[in-house]
Design a protein around this ligand. Structure first.
Ligand code: PGA
Length: 253
């Protein structure tokens, strides 16, 4: 199955517009030299337009960290797919920080996925279990529940990207073992095959996220069932991020 590797850099609520522009300017020449890997960066909303200009005609894609499921209206502080579609190829949906800090549930996530795909933006759906669930042996059940309750009736599901991000591994410096991650990737593909058939399950790219850095990235990127990484902290450091992208290229996933 020919799934192009994807390395996505989620900057979260970091960088002023000036810092965002300078980070992209620093990384871009080197990122452009690395072939056969797709790279996408996710700066804060206010930096999307200036970063879009910098990335124009480059091989690096742009994405947003969130969006609302309505197109427009009285939703103070929100941004819609309609507003993002001229700038962004990707949008992150259902990141655990959105679920935990901003009350996003699987029903809201389902609406966002549908709206993103309708607008022609590729959603990166984030899933992951808590430490309590992992320790209780409930990781696989949690992931399959999150999938089943957020993926109902989605036209164009095969264009979705899914990021498995165990919550205990995000920003903690404790990355999940590659074997553990592969087990979950198998559960994800199996669940999607049940819901939408084998062809959809085989075409969806599965990323791992949670304390990925340029030292441990190769452990994941060398595995056949892992198609890339969603990188937080390390995507804010030019040398680290470039190092991760290089490993995706070298391992030829
Ligand atoms: P981290 O974040 O790489 O800093 O752990 C990953 C994420 O939240 O997407």
């Amino acid at each position: 199955m020919n799934r192009k590797p994807l390395i996505a850099g989620n900057w979260k609520m970091n960088t002023t517009t000036g810092e965002a522009v300078s980070l992209v300017t620093q990384m871009l020449p080197e990122l452009e030299r690395i072939k056969d890997v797709e790279v996408a960066i996710f700066p804060p909303f206010v930096s999307l337009a200036p970063v879009y200009d910098l990335l124009a005609y480059s091989s690096v894609s742009l994405g947003a960290q969130n969006m609302h499921y309505e197109e427009k209206g009285a939703y103070t502080g929100e941004i819609s797919a309609l507003m993002l579609k001229s700038l962004c190829k990707y949008v992150i949906i259902g990141h655990s920080e959105r679920r935990q800090l901003f009350g996003e549930n699987n029903e809201i996530i389902n609406k966002k996925l549908k709206k993103a795909l309708q607008a022609g933006i590729t959603p990166i759906l984030c899933l992951g279990e808590t430490l309590e669930h992992r320790q209780a042996g409930l990781a696989e059940e949690t992931i399959s529940y999150q999938l089943k309750s957020s993926l109902g009736d989605i036209p164009g599901i095969e264009y979705t990207v899914i990021a498995y991000e165990p919550i205990w591994a995000i920003g903690s410096g404790i990355n999940a073992g590659a074997d553990e991650v592969c087990q979950i990737m198998d559960v994800i593909r199996k669940t999607i095959a049940e819901l939408y058939g084998k062809a959809a399950a085989n075409s969806i790219r599965l990323l791992y996220g949670g304390s990925v850095n340029n030292i441990n990235a190769g452990e994941y990127l060398s595995r056949e069932s892992i198609d890339g990484a969603l990188v937080g902290g390390a995507s804010l450091k030019a040398d680290q991020f470039i190092g991760i992208v290089r490993q995706a290229c070298q391992t030829g996933i």
